[in-house]
Design a protein. Structure first.
Length: 202
């Protein structure tokens, strides 16, 4: 499928982006997200509104967008994104999408570990929230996580490291099946889930 713009994510950042496009007459865009459901919580800091649930606010914004266009929402898991001939190629578990522009609104933030010396380890370069900051050639790398970002890091590290160990703090993580498949395929990659990390020694 080809679209002028692809938006990854369908939360508030994505809805704001969709609304901006719609108000400016840009309708050739599609939205890719893993799920359509949103967790329910109350919002108390939205300008002009004393209190509103996120579900109600999402509906208000969606209704406003639908006055101008009907976004094409694709429910899929993104496997990887590349750039070919100055276009973005987004491959999902359903099909491949091609766009001139790509907007990332996935809401991803790094989750810090609940250990006493986390700040010291991060500042000293012993650990990092972003794989690009790690000099990982010919070393053993431990990845803590179990989501799409961890899976992407694994793909970029395979063939560069002596060994990759993935520790997931959840029993069933978002990228569980993909990580299991990777560990079965590559002998130097191991995956352990439901791990409680108490400390990391320097």
């Amino acid at each position: 499928m080809v679209a002028k713009i692809t938006i990854v994510g369908n939360g508030f950042a994505s809805l704001s982006c969709q609304l901006f496009f719609a108000l400016n007459g840009i309708t050739d865009f599609l939205v890719i997200d893993r799920k359509v459901e949103h967790s329910r919580y109350e919002i108390h800091n939205y300008p002009g509104i004393k209190s509103i649930s996120n579900i109600e606010l999402i509906k208000l914004i969606s209704d406003q967008i639908n006055q101008y266009c009907t976004p094409n929402l694709i429910l899929a898991n993104i496997d990887y994104i590349s750039k070919v001939n100055n276009q973005f190629v987004i491959r999902t578990n359903i099909e491949e999408y091609i766009s001139d522009y790509l907007v990332i609104c996935s809401g991803f933030t790094s989750k810090q570990l609940n250990i006493d010396n986390y700040d010291y380890l991060e500042k000293s370069g012993k650990i990092s929230s972003f794989i690009t900051e790690i000099k990982c050639i010919n070393t053993k790398v431990v990845l803590i996580g179990g989501g799409d970002r961890t899976y992407s890091y694994c793909l970029s590290l395979i063939g560069k490291c002596d060994e990759i160990i993935i520790l997931s703090r959840s029993f069933v993580c978002k990228a569980y099946n993909k990580l299991i498949c990777l560990s079965d395929k590559f002998k130097k990659l191991s995956f352990v889930n439901n791990v409680n990390i108490k400390s990391i020694d320097d």
